[in-house]
Design a protein around this ligand. Sequence first.
Ligand SMILES: [Zn+2]
Length: 282
Amino acid sequence: MIRALPQSVDLLNEAMFALDGGAMFGIIPKPLWDRTNPGDDRNRIDLACRCLLVRYEDGTNVLVDVGIGTKWSDKDRDIYKICDQDPSLASALGEFGLEPEDIDHVVLTHLHFDHAGGVSYQDDALNVVASFPNATHWLQRKNWGWAHSPSARDGGSYRPVDFDFFEHEGAPHLELVDGPAEILPGIEVFPMNGHTYGMQIVKVRTMRDGTWVHLADLVPTSSHLRDPYVMGYDLQPLITVEEKREVLYHAAREDWWLVFEHDPKIAAGQVEFVDGRPRLRR
Ligand SMILES: [Zn+2]
């Protein structure tokens, strides 16, 4: 039973990959986004798969999101430019003296492949098995439902091979959450529905290092802070605008550290509002 707030928060990157720059920036013209996020010869921009490691004094370890995973064909690896990968975050965890078996909880923001692909991998017999076998996995019930019957528009972002194993015998426990909740001391989840149904952002209050918020795809990079910078992938872009405004407003007032899951360079930062517009605090 954990009693205190988390002791520390660290940022880990599971892999680099790339997506179409136009899709990542929605209505924003390329001459604007290309300055901060230059496209390659196939118009793709570099993206990180940034995860949080939250540690408690009593030895409880929590991961928030787990990256893109390794269940990819060579063709898909080429399309998504998957590189610099750290499967199961093993080497990053090793720097903290941890192994995947030491993770007690995995909080999944949503089941899109670039956030949850790393929950499982294929073993030598090609069985899909848990990357973090001892962890309770947390997800919004709404996202679990949507991932199993997504729309034709976003179906490609949910790969059943990533999450079907939860229904196999011996799979780690999946805890489905209904709405906002404090799932562990100091760790709260808040559903956001603009990007996809039942995504959750994750707020972590630490003992000494302030408050951290993993924004998932609400604000995927630090270039997405301003209102119209909404991904073409979002199912309800106007809802994203409202949800983003509200979160950034509180973040600026309360000095939260915001984690940008996909930003290739800026892992985290604080925000301020200048002339009514959010920007990174310098
Ligand atoms: Zn997503």
